[in-house]
Ligand binder design. Structure first.
Ligand SMILES: [Zn+2]
Length: 346
């Protein structure tokens, strides 16, 4: 009898060893849930606590001194499970089977929630003009010398800095540019580029065209944000993905048109607010305006066109060509876009 019990214990030990995972096994099962999500493991030997990171999610737990001890597994500081804890076996960190099952099941569920959540998948930044098309021209005077400045250079500088800020903050989103050097691109090419970006059903892409203004009245100053007019009608549905009757298609299209218009206005307002906060009274707001600009009307997504300021005005031109001024433009755009993302993804 005693021998049988010893044998049974030995068998249980073997089975248990077979069903325990190494750190690499555990990381591979997390990677299998989604190859797009970065998976990481950190361990603090002093406090004997560990953390698995899976995309934006994380879970914390303690590491036991001996096999068989249970404790908590805490996800995103919100969800708690009681599980057998990982332990050290011959100097190797070992993860019990039910620990790994709880880990992968919960992360799978969180991943599925993410996949169905509305999100901005890509941000397209469109610096206006370029190459042989200089855009608006201005002259700035410094130390008794006049220098000519061009819209295409200013908007490229702002766009590149904006791209870097957004890429650093949103590694999970695609931050794209219609041009990132001084080259000529037609308006059709810009709209085509924007429309060729793919997204899933629950994902959106936003388009931000950046320009600088000019007017014969040299006193005209300030920033303004443009979006599509409410009267403009266009066909936005991808018919290759739907085989509904023409009546239904027309209704679906009208709904999509309305949705994109509303989102464009929200985006314009968010950027306007970013500028208001960034500049205060140092640069006047000319508000949100509607016009069917080519790139705005031909990109099938929420789209705005931002006029930073007037190159024909000395104060505005000085702001757009100074390092401090450019920094405020970039911050204002960045804060506005970030706020819009927050509202959209909530
Ligand atoms: Zn322009």
């Amino acid at each position: 009898m005693f021998k049988k019990i010893i044998l049974l214990c030995f068998l249980l030990f073997i089975i248990n060893s077979l069903y325990a995972n190494t750190l690499n096994d555990t990381l591979s099962s997390l990677q299998a849930i989604s190859p797009d999500y970065v998976t990481q493991f950190r361990f603090d030997p002093l406090f004997r606590n560990g953390v698995f990171k899976f995309g934006e999610h994380f879970c914390n737990f303690f590491i036991s001194n001996k096999e068989g001890e249970t404790g908590y597994l805490l996800f995103n500081n919100q969800e708690l499970f009681d599980v057998p804890l990982p332990y050290n076996r011959d100097g190797q960190l070992t993860f019990p089977e039910s620990f790994v099952a709880t880990l992968t099941n919960t992360f799978t569920r969180l991943h599925e929630n993410d996949a169905s959540r509305f999100r901005i998948a890509a941000i397209i930044i469109d610096p206006g003009h370029g190459g042989r098309d200089s855009g608006a021209l201005g002259t700035i005077s410094a130390n008794g010398r006049n220098t000519q400045v061009m819209e295409k250079d200013i908007v490229l500088k702002v766009s590149l800095a904006l791209r870097d800020r957004l890429s650093a903050s949103f590694p999970d989103k695609r931050i794209l540019m219609t041009r990132n050097s001084d080259v000529f691109i037609s308006l059709e090419q810009r709209a085509d580029m924007a429309n060729s970006v793919t997204a899933r059903d629950n994902e959106a892409i936003i388009f931000i065209s950046i320009h600088a203004n000019s007017a014969t009245n040299r006193n005209a100053r300030g920033y303004e944000i443009w979006h599509i007019t409410s009267g403009h009608r266009r066909f936005l549905l991808d018919t290759s993905r739907h085989n509904y009757s023409p009546d239904i298609l027309a209704i679906l299209n009208a709904m999509l048109e309305e949705e994109i218009k509303t989102e464009s206005i929200l985006l314009a307002d968010a950027i306007l607010q970013g500028f208001d906060n960034g500049f205060g009274s140092s640069l006047p707001s000319r508000g949100r305006k509607a016009n069917d600009w080519f790139v705005v009307r031909n990109s099938r997504m929420p789209a705005v066109l931002v006029e930073l300021g007037f190159l024909s005005n000395n104060q505005d031109a000085a702001l757009m060509t100074s390092d401090e001024g450019l920094q405020i433009f970039v911050n204002s755009l960045y804060n506005g876009i970030t706020n819009f993302i927050g509202i959209f993804e909530r």
